[in-house]
Write a protein that binds this ligand. Sequence first.
Ligand code: SAM
Ligand code: MD0
Ligand code: SF4
Length: 363
Amino acid sequence: YFKNMSEADISRFVSDVISKKPISDETIKSMLSATDEESLQKMFSAARAVRNHFFSNNVYLYSFVYFSTYCKNKCAFCYYRAANKIDRYRLTPEELRDMCKQLKNEGVHMIDLTMGEDPHFHDHPENLIEFVTIAKETAGLPVMISPGVVDDKFIEQLAAAGANFFALYQETYQQNLYEKLRIGQSFDGRIQARTAARAAGMCVEDGMLTGFSKSVLNTPDFVVDDVEAALLSLREMQKFNADQVRVMTFEPQPGTPLEETIQAPYLMEIKIISVLRFLFPDRLIPASLDVAGIDGMVDRLNAGANVVTSIISADSTLEGVVNFDRDVPLSARKRDAKSVIERLKTMGMQPGTQADFEKYLKR
Ligand code: SAM
Ligand code: MD0
Ligand code: SF4
């Protein structure tokens, strides 16, 4: 799509995107199919121009607090699925409070409280409400909550406790693929939880995964062509128009049914980030440190992202989710806010102010 475009053509495209002109399926497929360096660079620079129009050179930083790695579910892609024999932990309220005291001074804009579907919290709203309250009060920062699917009443209680953002990713909008990935979980129930979170007044994040290979899923009946699959999910995501939208590359995890899958290259994820920027021009779009670390962050920001997620303090003992760096010593991971901010500066970007960030939380 971008291959033979002149500077003027690109500017025109950028203006169209900024004025929210619709983009055709053919155009999106062409963008996602690009492999030559010229088309890719033009696409990434258009995505940056759109981002800079809405967000200038400001980036927002989210601290990742995976406070319980217990989970009752059996998602095929996930290291923390119940059947995996791994070491797990659950923070106590005191441990969370200590951690949040420290986060207050780290320069992050929001705390992402994430858990597996741990019955200790999942079946006892009061335990999770207590954690939201501790994070809000101790760190004095907005809180994102990633509890998995919980019922409408629970969601209302989370909103009432002051949770600002509700993160819940559909992963894919192909129902038959969803059933292979989120084994035994309701497709519509997951959509309903986002709807309830929005109705309760929270901002909402949706997301998709890319990079599942046909051979492992081993079924002829669904689209595993990455381009078609991504297009379908992007169009469905547009219908809900979440406040934050993400894509991540599936990373095969030890001890899971998809362990033997070949890790897909990151290029598709990075192209999807640009397309997300064109379809959701004024929305928050994360570059996750969890997928490819701080070098990967640079590529994702250069493709149009404007948020850095999965920031973990240098001395933290908590885990990420994808953990591409599971074998790297904590001190060498460079997933802390200071390392991120230093790197942003070399790119001519900077953390936005807290006040600017909080404007995006008002819906
Ligand atoms: N348990 C809650 C849930 O599933 O919604 C919240 C946390 S969950 C671990 C967060 C997200 O991490 C998943 O929705 C999925 O998109 C992503 N994820 C998990 N395992 C992954 C993997 N192996 N590769 C890429 N992304 C993964
Ligand atoms: C991330 N590991 O941002 C986190 C996680 C959950 N809300 C987010 C997937 O990469
Ligand atoms: Fe549990 Fe979430 Fe992992 Fe699924 S993705 S197994 S719900 S932690």
